[in-house]
Design a protein around this ligand. Structure first.
Ligand SMILES: [Fe+2]
Length: 188
């Protein structure tokens, strides 16, 4: 059974009420993962079929909702208050920080769902990627170091349709300590 992580409000990017509304969506993903796992235990495996089957539907939604949980947990952790700076492992991995930042911002602007700065383990390089949904565009060997939620629910309460202002505020308040710990754990 997947347990909910209890996140407290400690960011300057969004208002406290917007943050708590966002947590409700995250809670929903955790609950759905547990519902799906329960459904899989009781589903008839002998009827599994790639065209249409209950098992296929549950497996498809498991990927979607599990990513919904993981992305949000990583995002809430890497959204800070501007009190720290990028660490040495991360800076070494990206090389030219300004060039990386320009690309990450452009990736976020281009995303309908999420923008991710990942460490890609085949090339051992950092790459910024976007995902329009939790189950599309996933690069299997790319481990996320920094994530920004670009779905409207993440910014509309505080920034209305000004996506650029949200991205700018997010970049000014990244929890770099969290990003550095992720980079360090990968021996970047
Ligand atoms: Fe979200």
């Amino acid at each position: 059974m997947l347990k909910l992580v209890d996140f407290s409000y400690q960011t300057s990017v969004v208002s406290e009420s917007a943050f708590h509304e966002h947590l409700k969506l995250y809670n929903g993903y955790v609950n759905k993962v547990n519902d799906i796992c329960h459904g899989l235990e009781n589903a008839d495996k002998s009827k599994a079929c790639h065209n249409y089957s209950q098992y296929r539907g549950l497996k498809k939604e498991l990927s979607f909702c599990l990513n919904g949980v993981m992305f949000h947990e990583m995002y809430f952790r890497n959204m800070g208050d501007g009190s720290n700076k990028p660490g040495e492992h991360f800076l070494r991995a990206v090389g030219d920080f300004d060039k990386w930042k320009e690309d990450f911002i452009a990736t976020a602007k281009s995303a309908r769902g999420w923008a991710l700065c990942c460490f890609e383990q085949r090339t051992c390089k950092v790459v910024n990627v976007l995902q329009d949904s939790y189950s599309d565009d996933l690069v299997v060997s790319a481990y996320p170091l920094l994530l920004i939620d670009m779905y409207e629910h993440s910014y509309f309460t505080d920034y209305k349709s000004d996506r650029e202002a949200y991205i700018e505020c997010f970049m000014d308040a990244v929890n770099w300590q969290c990003v550095e710990e992720r980079a360090k754990s990968l021996e970047v």
